[in-house]
Design a protein around this ligand. Structure first.
Ligand SMILES: Cc1cc2nc3c(=O)[nH]c(=O)nc-3n(C[C@H](O)[C@H](O)[C@H](O)COP(=O)(O)OP(=O)(O)OC[C@H]3O[C@@H](n4cnc5c(N)ncnc54)[C@H](O)[C@@H]3O)c2cc1C
Length: 336
């Protein structure tokens, strides 16, 4: 078990901001993890878990231990005529797992292909893309309570999944270390092809199978999203806001072009990207930070911006949108 001191986190977050952790531990298996959690030197220090660092914005050094989970592993634990149950270690790379399922014709997560990060982080914000959310395939989440070291199982219902949210972003925030996730996937996949760009991409494909869906998603994502290795970013910085019917009716009088979708509890979801575009912020740049020229939801670190420069820029975007539309854009990224 190697625990390093004063480690730069630059290579461990896709915004590539350069803060340090007092201690840094790359954990490769559960036995190592359990030993670490009991270690007298570290067990009372603040602890932060990271996976791929693709949904984080550091704005300060971390005074404690940053624990990077690097625990791979996919295990089939049950199979019925229709479904397969896979237990996947938290440190497994999300897209490697997606590719594995596509290769076996296990359906449910093919639309989530190419999302960066790890399996353990997927339930945290209930990752979603192209009409699919991971909540529909999660059977259980296995975790360890950080304070007590006690193992705990969360059923799907107990995870309280919602749009880019779960119990792990609310009352259980920073309290549990997710060690593995149990997925229930279909052996007879039914594809969700409702999303416009996906439907369009597959129009000319004669036999739409699970591989064709994954390939289409990869093609769309590669054409739209900047690669963090080239332009550091965390994907969508903001969530799509939801508003009441009355608010939407008022807004659409002034802005009839507003894209809208039905949301939970009779509310209406708006497209944050369009709101940002209507504020003429697409491609806007302030020093080393800016909004990507093709993707209004993506804030980019163009050249060694600090976490606080990125945060200040995001607040400027929120303020501009609030002044024009009278609504608040909520951050999707987790700010440390
Ligand atoms: C180019 C790009 C595209 C993206 N596209 C999408 C998209 O389409 N849809 C989408 O939903 N997201 C998207 N994201 C965001 C991101 O990839 C996901 O949120 C992903 O699940 C984060 O995984 P991670 O391992 O990098 O988590 P990290 O960023 O390392 O951590 C995120 C949060 O989860 C916590 N955490 C991580 N692992 C654990 C664990 N095992 N136990 C307890 N807590 C943990 C961390 O403490 C932190 O609070 C995108 C990001 C990028 C850079």
């Amino acid at each position: 078990m190697f625990i390093f001191e004063h480690v730069s986190l630059k290579q461990y977050n896709t915004f590539a901001v350069d803060f340090k952790a007092d201690y840094f531990f790359k954990c490769r298996n559960e036995a190592e993890l359990k030993r670490f959690l009991k270690h007298p030197k570290y067990k009372n220090l603040p602890l932060m878990i990271i996976g791929g660092g693709s949904n984080l914005l550091f704005t300060r050094n971390f005074r404690g231990v940053v624990l990077k989970l690097d625990t791979p592993g996919i295990e089939k634990i049950k199979e019925t005529d229709t479904d397969v149950f896979l237990k996947v270690a938290a440190g497994e790379k999300w897209d490697k797992f997606t590719a594995y399922c596509v290769g076996k014709n296990y359906g449910g997560i093919e639309n989530l292909s190419l999302i960066p990060g790890t399996v353990g982080a997927a339930p945290i914000q209930n990752i979603g893309a192209y009409g699919v959310e991971v909540k529909d395939t999660i059977h259980e989440v296995l975790a360890i309570e950080m304070k007590t070291g006690k193992e705990q199982k969360f059923t799907n219902a107990e995870c309280q999944f919602a749009y880019r949210s779960s119990i792990f972003k609310k009352e259980a925030k920073d309290k549990f270390l997710i060690t593995s996730v149990i997925f229930k996937l279909s052996k007879n996949p039914v594809f969700n092809l409702e999303y416009g760009a996906l439907k369009h991409e597959l129009e000319t494909v004669v036999n739409v199978d699970i591989k064709a869906v994954r390939e289409a998603i990869i093609k769309i994502r590669n054409s739209k999203l900047p690669l963090p290795e080239v332009l550091p970013n965390v994907g969508s910085f903001f969530k799509n806001p939801t508003v009441s019917g009355k608010k939407f009716s008022d807004l659409s009088k002034a802005f009839p072009e507003l894209v809208n979708y039905p949301a939970e509890d009779g509310k209406i979801k708006l497209a944050a990207a369009q709101l940002i575009e209507l504020c003429e912020l697409k491609g806007k740049r302030e020093g080393a930070v800016g909004i990507h020229a093709q993707q209004s939801l993506v804030i980019v670190n163009y050249a060694d911006a600090t976490g606080n420069e990125i945060l200040d820029f995001s607040k400027y975007v929120q303020k501009t949108v609030s002044e024009k539309f009278g609504l608040d854009l909520e951050r999707e990224v987790i700010v440390i």
